[in-house]
Design a protein around this ligand. Structure first.
Ligand code: HEC
Length: 115
């Protein structure tokens, strides 16, 4: 089988730069409605959350499910929580995470900039 046209298309495509997943944009679209700069009834503030104690803020009333989790927000825990919040912490009041793995990695990168 000869596929010269396809081969040419492949070379052309691989020359275009790959678009980096944008964590700030994902946060704006999927998180900010509940996570503002200050904790509210909708959700806790996320400043400094990367590396912090899980359910550790004094200014937010966490669910028993999230409070029952020991440890800190390591990359692995953030990944697991954002992949499936109520699987990571049954009873968590956060209804959904980020379905797309690349967007999840990008948004975790963005959380680290919230200081
Ligand atoms: C509908 C509102 C809502 C949306 C949208 C939402 N969250 Fe949440 N989030 C919450 C609530 C409520 C909690 C506290 C959960 C609990 O107590 O079980 C929480 C908790 C968290 C925590 C743990 C905070 C801590 O102090 O331990 C992280 C991290 C987090 N959310 C990240 C995100 C990210 C990233 C997004 C966007 C992809 C997002 N959330 C979208 C409501 C939301």
């Amino acid at each position: 089988m000869r596929l010269p046209a396809l081969a040419f298309a492949f070379v052309t495509l691989s020359a275009t730069p790959v678009l980096a997943a944008d964590g700030a944009k994902t946060f704006l679209l999927q998180c900010k409605s509940c996570h503002a700069a200050k904790s509210s009834l909708m959700g806790p503030a996320l400043t400094g959350v990367a590396g912090a104690k899980i359910a550790g803020r004094a200014d937010f009333a966490y669910s028993a499910g999230l409070k029952a989790k020991a440890g800190t927000w390591s990359d692995a825990n953030l990944e697991a929580y954002l992949a499936a919040p109520t699987k990571f912490a049954p009873g968590s009041r956060m209804p959904q995470g980020v379905a797309n793995p690349a967007d999840r990695v990008a948004v975790i990168g963005y959380l680290k900039t919230l200081k």
